[in-house]
Design a protein around this ligand. Structure first.
Ligand code: PEP
Length: 269
């Protein structure tokens, strides 16, 4: 078996509404996770912890989480490196500001902001052009309608193929540059988590798709890619889903805004 280090990630989305609230949450997180300590060690069985706060709170996160072992990520990145692109943020800005991860292709970006696999692919490539310190957490997942039509595997494959198109497999697998988050749209923010078995089946589909798309990669290399589950993960559901063979951790939305819930999810991972 190939050991995959689990990841517990928290996507804050557009929360909390003010900087003092964000600072308070960051302080609670730092206190909780310093107690867990394992995140700062090289213990490959201890999950990595990553949080994705809104950009205005990035420098607070870097400062307050220093030494906690918690890594920081951005919820999206632009596809340009620099220049006349008002309102955009580039992967190099994120990396040099303390981000270790960039979340790409979240279903809210796809459904509310019209992001296509093509646009997400451009961002993936731009992130992978950066030095190895910047990793991509790529979100994929089908809608309820697609799930009910039995199209889960097909949609996952289409998204992975589209988002990783033209990406050099060795570059991607080197230093574990890409993590996939399987997030069924019907489970996000609904309180209706996928069952452990549903997640396992989908994660196998993700891995099968990766092995088809990453031409030239060995089976062992594909086995090393972490695949996280996301969608209404709570302290109550984390352990069950996390115990499945192909589930390598969780991407948590709502429950990551409560430092105690997030720590309990970590404990269950
Ligand atoms: C998410 O936004 O990535 C997510 C999984 O949200 P929630 O946990 O709130 O369903």
């Amino acid at each position: 078996a190939y050991l995959r280090r689990p990841i517990v990630a928290g996507n804050w989305k557009l929360n909390p509404p003010t900087r003092p609230d964000a600072i308070a949450l960051l302080r609670l997180l730092a206190a909780n996770f310093v107690n867990h300590r394992a995140t700062t060690t090289d213990d490959a069985s201890a999950p990595e912890v990553v949080i994705f706060p809104p950009l205005p709170y990035l420098s607070d996160a870097v400062r307050i989480l220093e030494g906690s072992g918690i890594q920081i990520g951005a919820q999206n990145a632009g596809i340009h490196e620099k220049g006349a692109y008002t309102g955009e943020v580039s992967p190099s800005m994120l990396l040099s500001s303390g981000c270790s991860y960039v979340l790409l292709g979240h279903s809210e970006r796809r459904s509310l902001f019209g992001e296509t696999n093509e646009r997400i692919n451009a961002a993936v490539r731009r992130c992978l052009d950066q030095p190895a310190g910047l990793k991509v957490m790529l979100c994929v997942g089908e809608t309820l309608e697609e799930y009910e039509d039995g199209r889960m595997e097909e949609v996952i494959d289409e998204q992975i193929r589209g988002c990783l198109d033209g990406v050099d497999a060795t570059a991607l697998l080197r230093d574990d540059r890409v993590v996939v988050a399987y997030e069924p749209v019907w489970a996000i923010g609904t309180g209706l988590s996928a069952t452990p078995l549903q997640a396992q089946v989908a994660h196998v589909a993700v891995r099968n798709s990766l092995s088809r798309v990453l031409v030239g990669a060995s089976a062992e290399d594909v086995e090393r890619v972490r695949v996280l589950y996301g969608g209404s993960v709570s302290p109550e559901t984390a352990y069950g889903v996390g115990s499945m063979a192909d589930v390598d951790g969780a991407l948590v939305g709502g429950a990551s805004l409560n430092a105690d819930s997030f720590a309990r999810i970590y404990d269950g991972a």
